[in-house]
Design a binder for this molecule. Structure first.
Ligand code: NAD
Length: 263
């Protein structure tokens, strides 16, 4: 029987999932959707009349898989119910797990059987097969350097509050600190720091630097890991999605990859 899917957040990523569900050959069936913008839900129902509009954000009792593709706050809101009801949970806004202290401690204290039901997509980065193997021995250093186009930072509140001067010709350091602070300051765009932290040294010991770089039109993430096993460097040069330039194309594909493994 097909696994029943609920999607919370029908923006770019939510819509991409719906468009691509046919690839799972009827092993996953879209059952219910929720979005704060009602017209987005209604558009889904127009195309898929058997799908149900959720009446509230945790109205997913009849579903097996819950996808969050909305905001960090939504992850925090639904987490307890997802755990209590034993659903498979695919959160896109993984920054939530390190932005909210209560969520981080609830997540890290889950029993192994519960944790297995939370499938963290690799998002806009990867290499987690290697990282998970290194964890069997231990990781000493985990660093992320993110470079994004200048336009991402123009008018950003943090840039204004800190009176940062953005160069139009050279790379400018915007932020240097740990993953926890990065996820709080850049909630929409630094899920990668959170994803890396959750699989390496945690929110406070995973180092993050963020640069504005006028000459690029991609989001570039470079990861350096040190372990007794060796030294590792990963580089991801992500093209923006042709549909939503604010999101890396790879991020939407990563959640489809997880769904493919479950189906
Ligand atoms: N893990 C990663 O590497 C990664 C990469 C890209 C995006 N993301 C995250 O995934 C999420 C979705 O990204 P997107 O590009 O689809 O964004 P989007 O803005 O296109 O879509 C978000 C949707 O969520 C809806 N929404 C907002 N608040 C809501 C709420 N309280 N309840 C229900 N719906 C709500 C919006 O109306 C919108 O339709 C974002 O949080 C983004 O930061 C993660």
């Amino acid at each position: 029987m097909a696994l029943k899917l609920a999607i919370i957040g029908i923006g770019y990523i939510g819509s991409e999932i719906i468009k691509n569900l046919y690839k799972f050959q009827n092993k996953i069936e879209l059952k219910a959707v929720f979005d704060i913008e009602k017209d987005k839900m209604e558009k889904v129902i127009d195309l898929h009349p058997n799908v149900r509009l959720m009446s509230f954000i945790t109205d997913f009792d009849d579903c097996d898989i819950i996808v969050e593709s909305a905001t960090q706050q939504v992850v925090e809101t639904v987490f307890d119910k997802v755990i209590q009801t034993g659903k498979i949970f695919l959160p896109m806004s993984v920054g939530a797990f390190i932005s909210y202290d209560n969520l981080y401690s609830n997540y890290t204290q889950l029993e192994e059987s519960q944790k297995k039901l939370i499938k963290l997509p690799s998002g806009a980065i990867g290499g987690f097969d290697c990282i998970d193997a290194l964890n069997l021995v231990g990781i000493q250093k985990a660093e992320l350097t993110t470079r994004k186009p200048l336009k991402v930072f123009v008018n950003h509140k943090y840039v204004k509050d800190h009176d940062l001067k953005l160069s139009e010709n050279e790379k400018t350091l915007i932020f240097k600190g740990n993953a926890k602070k990065a996820a709080q300051i850049f909630p929409r765009s630094i899920n990668v720091a959170a994803r890396l932290a959750l699989s390496t040294l945690g929110p406070k010991k995973t180092a993050v630097s963020i640069y504005s770089e006028p000459s690029i039109n991609k989001n570039i993430h470079e990861i350096e890991i040190s372990s007794d096993v060796g030294e590792y460097k990963f580089s991801f040069q992500n093209n923006p999605s042709p549909i939503n330039p604010r999101t890396s194309w790879l991020a939407a594909l990563s959640i489809l990859e997880v769904l493919g493994k479950i189906s």
